[in-house]
Design a protein around this ligand. Structure first.
Ligand code: NAP
Length: 280
């Protein structure tokens, strides 16, 4: 089958796809023939992203809907929208929130809740809704996105890191539950990606200096959203569930490539915008 068209006839939902990694996932799936449904909370950003994919004249069938993954009825509307465009059989739970950098005991409660609602409840809602469709039709690929902390604790980023550990366990549990159903559940850690999540950071007062090294760290190990998105193609075309972890070898390869490509040069580093909030 033609490499570029191997997802033709498939409909894909990508949550959190108005920018960053989610937008790169949507573009990749669209470029390979899938009809893609983009989504995020901010309606104008979704519209802009959909227009961008259509106008890039790559022939991408892109659609969009504003939806908050923390609200089950929003996620159900997203499913309904996708089913207008054909057989829904790819769903990527990508929407994520980073949370405030600093100690858990004084982290703003509302921020902790936002991270859990987006990362944990969002992944649960998306998985529940997608599996409802996939199990009924006997096929489909569900992809959950891991991140820092999925293998162990990360002090001062506790809400985010523990939510990613939860996503990993949850995904493994789902994978066992759907075994032999024809449905595949995948997990993927993209590693550091040059997106707003790393460029626009919020820190508790007194901890802002600790995030100053982020542009250097991203310069060394980061990837563009397009490069980070690429493994998704293998996941959704694989015959079995795939779990893509971040290995030491991958980190080393990226560091060598970034050093050789001059990504550590000050002018090429991701600009950092730090917002400081008071401890609670
Ligand atoms: N960047 C990294 O280095 C990195 C590393 C490992 C894993 N990841 C994971 O990759 C995923 C994407 O990250 P990113 O860096 O691309 O983030 P990003 O640049 O901050 O983009 C996040 C996207 O999610 C949307 N979003 C946020 N909260 C949402 C909600 N409650 N409901 C629906 N959409 C929501 C945002 O739009 P609205 O604000 O308009 O809703 C936006 O489209 C996340 O799961 C993240 O944890 C990222």
């Amino acid at each position: 089958m033609d490499e570029v068209q191997r997802l033709t006839g498939r409909v894909a939902v990508v949550t959190g796809s108005s920018r960053g990694l989610g937008l790169a996932f949507a573009r990749l799936l669209g470029q390979h023939g899938a009809a893609v449904v983009l989504s995020a909370r901010t309606a104008d950003d979704v519209e802009r992203a959909v227009d961008g994919l259509r106008l890039r004249s790559e022939g991408i069938a892109a659609h969009g809907l504003a939806a908050d993954v923390g609200i089950l009825t929003d996620v159900e509307r997203l499913r309904d929208e996708a089913q207008q465009h054909g057989t829904l059989d790819i769903w990527v739970n990508n929407a994520g929130a980073a949370g405030v950098y600093g100690p858990t005991a004084t982290a703003p409660v509302a921020d902790f809740e936002r991270v859990v609602r987006t990362n944990v409840m969002g992944t649960y809602h998306g998985s529940r809704v997608a599996l409802g469709v996939f199990l009924g039709q006997g096929h489909g690929d569900l992809v959950n996105i891991y991140g820092r902390g999925d293998h162990g604790p990360v002090p001062l980023q506790n809400a985010y890191a523990s939510s990613k550990a939860w996503i990993r366990n949850f995904t493994r549990g789902l994978q066992s539950e759907v075994r032999d159903s024809g449905v595949r559940v995948h997990g993927m850690n993209p590693g550091l990606v040059r997106t707003d999540m790393l460029g626009r950071v919020t820190a508790q007062e007194g901890f802002e200096s600790r995030v100053k090294a982020l542009p250097f760290v991203v310069g060394l190990w980061g990837q563009s959203p397009e490069a980070a998105a690429r493994p998704l193609l293998r996941l959704v075309t694989s015959k079995r569930p795939e779990f893509r972890d971040l290995t030491r070898r991958t980190m080393l390869t990226r560091a060598i490539a970034n050093l050789a490509g001059g990504q550590l040069h000050r002018k090429r580093r991701l600009p950092l915008d730090v917002t400081v909030v008071s401890p609670e």
